[in-house]
Ligand binder design. Structure first.
Ligand SMILES: NC(=O)c1ccc[n+]([C@@H]2O[C@H](COP(=O)([O-])OP(=O)(O)OC[C@H]3O[C@@H](n4cnc5c(N)ncnc54)[C@H](OP(=O)(O)O)[C@@H]3O)[C@@H](O)[C@H]2O)c1
Length: 216
């Protein structure tokens, strides 16, 4: 499988690239700096250099030749509103359009649990971030593509455990980035899981079993 990752230089993106390469997939992606391209090239990832905010859907589509799946794990992580709107909002719309233009049928979005910030006295920019994330889930879920939305709970950097809780609704808790990447890699390799929103926590079910349990 040939997978293009938008956000491949990020924490989840890098781990996902490693997981997919270990499975024998071809991994491509988008980075903003030449140094990131060189670092990733040494790990077997063929990255193109461009800022998503400055790309058109056409120019992004031209990078997707022969790609089977487009993964969107880029994000502002709740920064300034303009960046949130551009990366968590418009960037996803652009990627959806590019996927359509390039006939990439599978589109996976790393989103967030809508209630993640509940009761935490969020700033206005953080409230805006969660609103944009939710609305973009709506947009993706209404697309004609073979979409998949994965909503991990709080991301942590401990080593992965290989066991998760995955389903259409999960409470907000936490999950290692390594297990997010492993779950996403397994989901991408399961074509029967499509047009679903799945929420993800640390749990006690081995990832492959958790993925199979969500086949409809
Ligand atoms: N933090 C949490 O607890 C949490 C919980 C649930 C979901 N999430 C979501 O999970 C996703 C992945 O998280 P993460 O920890 O991997 O995030 P991360 O390490 O901050 O990675 C974000 C990625 O987005 C890329 N990016 C940002 N702006 C870009 C632009 N203008 N053009 C191209 N690429 C751009 C970054 O590129 P650079 O390397 O160039 O910066 C980086 O590759 C995020 O979308 C986040 O919203 C986070």
């Amino acid at each position: 499988m040939k997978v293009f990752i938008i956000g491949v230089s990020g924490a989840v993106g890098r781990l996902l690239a490693g997981q997919l390469i270990d499975r024998g997939d071809d991994v491509l992606g988008l980075v903003r700096r030449d140094q990131q391209r060189a670092d990733l090239s040494a790990r077997g990832v063929d990255a193109s250099v461009a800022d998503l905010a400055g790309l058109t859907a056409d120019s992004l589509a031209s990078m997707l030749d022969g790609v089977d799946a487009l993964v969107y794990t880029a994000g502002s992580n709740g920064g300034a509103r303009e960046v949130t709107a551009a990366i968590d909002g418009e960037g996803v719309v652009k990627a959806l359009e590019a996927a359509g233009l390039a006939a990439v049928h599978r589109f996976a979005l790393v989103s967030v649990l809508p209630e993640a910030g509940r009761g935490q006295g969020l700033s206005e920019d953080e409230e805006f971030y969660f609103a944009v994330k939710k609305l973009i889930d709506v947009t993706v879920s209404e697309s004609d593509l073979d979409w998949l939305i994965l909503r991990p709970s709080l991301l942590v950097d401990r080593p992965g455990t290989g066991t998760v809780a995955l389903g259409p609704a999960q409470p907000h808790d936490e999950i290692t980035r390594e297990d997010v990447a492993a779950t996403l890699a397994a989901l991408l390799h399961e074509p029967r899981i499509r047009r679903q929103i799945l929420e993800l926590n640390q749990g006690s079910t081995p990832i492959i079993i958790a993925v199979q349990a969500n086949i409809r």
